[in-house]
Design a protein around this ligand. Sequence first.
Ligand code: ADP
Length: 420
Amino acid sequence: MPQPFDRTWKLTAAAAAGLLLGALLGWLAGDLATGLAVAGVVETVLLLSLIRHETRHMMPQTPPISPLQHDRFMTRSRRIASSLRDLRSAAGSLPDAVVLLDNEQHVRWFNHAAEDLLGLRRPQDRGAILEERLGTTELAGWLRDGAHEPLNDVVAPGHPNRHINVTLLPFGRRQRLLLARDISHLTRLEQIRRDFVANVSHELRTPLTVIHGYLELIDPEDIPELAPVIGEMRAQSKRMGQIVEDLLTLSRLETQDHVTDERVPMTPLLATIRKEAEALSQGRHHIAVESTADADLLGSPKDLHSALSNLVSNAVRYTPTGGSIVIRWRRTPEGAAYSVTDTGFGIPATHLARLTERFYRVSSSRSRDSGGTGLGLSIVKHVLNLHQARLDIQSETGKGSTFTCLFGHERLLKPGTDEV
Ligand code: ADP
């Protein structure tokens, strides 16, 4: 028979466990405010379950207790009930949508933000299967596919003008907690940033072309004392022009959500890339092509050429004289892989995760000296994303690097036919 004293401890322990579990889930979700609110929700659920369990035994069987014990018990119960109300209303008024799913994935509880962002309605959606309730939205598809990774930047099912990030966190016995955060203001800021970069680049393009044109007109032989200065000015204006072009390419790729699906014949493309690499290398490297995939690509010829040749140009620029570069096009179980392996400087492991960020360089001076803009790999990543492909980078300092573009079966065509 549980004594009131035991119960108090159990309730306290449940509250503490709820707080800890919630804080952990919140921490996994990424911020303290969510952590505390989630702690409230989880704590509420644990406490309510415990109280229900306790009172079930208590009602018929509790022996008479003294008036003093009764008063104490009632005071504690009121305090707990009031804490529960506070926690519930705190979780209820969170700006993030919170949906608690039971072990059969039915909606058990949700807050006001979930009504607004996900379009859930009270009381009819209590007990509904969330996936079915969300119909054919991207969010429903994500839940159906297991929701293994967080889902970023999708349209909120309850609000077509808002964008959300969604995470699904497991807890307890197969229960799950869905958290959705309104990121519309971030999306707007991101749009402003994109427009700004695109506009600035566009505005810089014309004056740079004019400066570059005039510099080309000056013959250094007419003013030999200024010849080195003119050479440097030409090189720098060319570099600025290249940065502007790369920024404009990135802006275009960022605003696109799909590419034209054209056949990209790989045999001629590999031959062109090889020629470009040889021109850049000027005989300083051994360059080889191994093509065994017997497949063409489906996508944007211009963007794919730019991405695939960018990797080769990096290999040439970051491999000392005498090194070798191998370009491979081969089949893989998931589709096909285009890879560029060099015996160059290599990249320390700590830099690998950030290489595709704009202007991220392992060594600024080496990049500048080799004529880099710091935007090449960022462009490669965007082009691959638009082709549902991904970039894998393996590298060892002092030994060399392999950059691999992995394409799925849906992006492959048999040369000369429409078959995959
Ligand atoms: P950049 O124009 O500077 O080459 P990228 O975006 O193409 O810019 O590459 C980013 C950085 O990644 C480079 O500055 C360089 O430090 C590193 N990097 C890229 N490719 C290679 C490579 N094949 N070997 C060694 N380092 C590389």
